[in-house]
Design a protein. Structure first.
Lengths: 327, 256
């Protein structure tokens, strides 16, 4: 009898263990479908359900908050999707939240993502219709990727041709392997470095000079920094301007004079250009010299005349008295 | 003409099993029930089969995990290992392997036990003593396999998933909490319910075939061994046929 009772106890434990595993399994599967929690029905529409099925997850901010209850065609362009959201998760979901289609990983199941909307919204109520966004069109992405691949293939072909040209003998790549060129380049760089050093020194000197000028040192500094000197310079420049004006006026006078001289009928022109008149003038000068010599002799003769002798003697004595200079 | 004899024997066997099944249902659904014998048979079929089923399920879960891991690792999809093993075990492997194990253990023991009772005329003696041998021997045994096999299948599912977690942790380090969440994330009612329902039919097949073979044993002690042997073979074949039918039905109903 005790053996029979032991058999019954063992059988009972066996059945209880199996039932416990069964209940736990069913509870876990059921809780995933929200069978054991209060839910709220929320609806949204899409142009394309993209393979969404009842039972797919609904996520808010990346957290599972419910499941898809149903997917049905509403009209020729709209698919109505009914979502069951757990009521304890609806505290932060407002009726302006935006639903979109997504997938769990690259190859995972489809799911509905709910993102917070802009502006003010009210807490969810049963049967509310959420706005939706157009899902990411992977077909369009693949088409774009196809074009990109074509472009990439063309670019890589060009790069290959370019690479082949660059690696040919005599190409620019040879420059990199030319040791003589490298040493020349190194020397040039050394000279460039020296030049840069000199330039830096010159710049420093110019900088110092500018600093001195700003500090009022030197003539230039005085001119820039001293208001009195600046006034004098301005006066000088004004006078220089006046002088320049006078010079310009004189130049005008000289120009007119020159014009007068160049006048065909003028005296100067006649004197310089007319050879006949020049000859006459030359003869007149010769006559004047002759006349002058004659006049000189006459004057000497006059000095010896008794009538004027006294006058010349007094003049000679006065000259000797004043300085003794010879006439 | 040999094939014709074989075909006749096959059809006769099918007809005999179908008739035996009908007789079972006629007796199984109406009193008087042999509760004590039923519990004893349930203990034999269920509790005493558990160690064998548990070891088999553990090994299957572990081996499937270890074998699948390199292929999934090649695609960088090791995180899908719990889901893959769980779906495989729950949908197919746990019910079929458990049923095959039970066909081997329970089916053969039923065939041998009833066969030996048949050849020693104990069954005839029961009829003479006023006890309905079919109700006492057959109905209780078939009910026991029908009732206990789903429990064994559910336990096998749990043990194999736990073994899979052990298998994952041989090369990796995944917490049980994360593992069972990944498992139940991937499982649906449509994975579990058909497997659970078909395990009742597996139990029915094992019980019916085992009892039929034993109840119709001929040729003395030689027939006892033949009954035990053919009970295992036919029950195993029937399990695969039922599995094929189950997958066709679930596919047709759209719950696959």
């Amino acid at each position: 009898m005790s053996a029979k009772k032991g058999d019954h106890i063992r059988l009972g434990l066996f059945v209880l263990a199996g039932s416990a595993v069964l209940v736990v399994g069913l509870y876990m599967l059921g809780s995933k479908r929200n069978l054991f929690s209060n839910t709220m029905e929320v609806r949204t529409t899409f142009h394309n359900a993209g393979g969404l099925r009842p039972g797919n997850n609904v996520r808010y901010a990346g957290i599972n908050v419910g499941t898809v209850e149903g997917v049905s065609i509403q009209n020729d362009t709209t698919v109505l999707v009914t979502l069951m959201i757990r009521e304890d998760e609806t505290t932060y979901i407002l009726d302006n939240a935006i639903a979109s289609l997504g997938s769990d990983g690259l190859m995972g199941n489809k799911l509905v993502n709910i993102e917070p909307g802009d502006g003010h919204g009210e807490p969810l109520t049963d049967g509310v219709m959420l706005p939706s966004t157009i899902p990411l069109d992977t077909d369009a992405m693949l088409r774009t990727l196809d074009v990109t691949n074509d472009n990439l293939a063309a670019i890589t072909a060009d790069v290959r041709i370019l690479s082949e040209r660059l690696t040919r003998p005599g190409s620019v790549i040879d420059l990199f392997s030319d040791t003589a060129l490298a040493s020349q380049l190194r020397a040039s760089l050394g000279e460039l470095n020296a030049t840069a050093t000199a330039a830096r020194s010159a710049t420093e000197q110019v900088s110092a000079l500018v600093s001195d000028v700003r500090g009022g040192k030197g003539v230039l500094g005085t001119l820039i920094g001293d208001p009195v000197a600046q006034g004098q310079v301005k006066d000088m420049l004004a006078r220089l301007q006046q002088f320049s004006d006078s010079l310009a006026s004189a130049a005008g006078e000289v120009s007119r004079f020159s014009s007068a001289l160049n006048d065909r009928n003028g005296l100067a022109n006649v004197l310089t250009q007319d050879t006949t008149v020049a000859g006459e003038v030359r003869r007149s000068i010769a006559n004047l010299e002759t006349g002058s010599e004659t006049l000189n002799e006459n004057l000497k003769a006059l000095q010896r005349n008794w009538f004027f002798r006294k006058y010349f003697k007094e003049k000679e004595r006065k000259r000797v008295r004043d300085g003794g200079a010879q006439p | 003409m040999g094939w014709r004899i074989g075909f006749d024997a096959f059809v006769s066997e099918v007809g005999g099993i179908a008739h035996f099944t009908g007789r079972y249902f006629r007796n199984a659904l109406y009193p008087r029930f042999e509760w004590g014998e039923l519990l004893r048979q349930c203990s034999i079929s269920g509790y005493r089969s558990l160690p064998l089923v548990a070891i088999t399920a553990f090994i299957m879960g572990l081996v499937l995990t270890v074998q699948s891991r390199p292929t999934l690792a090649r695609f960088g999809a090791e995180s899908m290992l719990p889901a893959m093993v769980a779906i495989s075990m729950v949908r197919e492997i746990a019910p079929v392997i458990t049923a095959l194990i039970c066909a081997g253990k329970i089916g053969s023991s039923m065939g041998a036990e009833l066969g030996s009772m048949k050849v020693t005329e104990q069954i005839d003696a029961m009829e003479v003593s006023g006890t309905n041998p079919f109700r006492y021997l057959v109905v209780t045994r078939i009910w026991s396999t029908i009732l206990t096999l789903p429990i064994l299948v559910v336990l096998a599912m749990g043990i194999s998933i736990w073994a899979s977690w052990v298998g994952v942790n041989i090369k990796d380090a995944v917490s049980w909490d994360l593992f069972y969440r990944q498992v139940f994330e991937s499982l649906e009612f449509s994975d579990f319910i058909p497997a659970f329902v078909k395990s009742y039919f597996f139990g029915l097949a094992i019980g019916v075939v085992g009892c039929y073979k034993g109840y119709h044993t001929l040729k003395g002690t030689e027939g006892v061994g033949q009954a035990a042997h053919s009970a295992v073979v036919v029950a195993s074949l029937l399990i695969f046929i039922l599995d094929l039918m189950a997958v066709q039905i679930t596919d047709f109903l759209g719950i696959n």
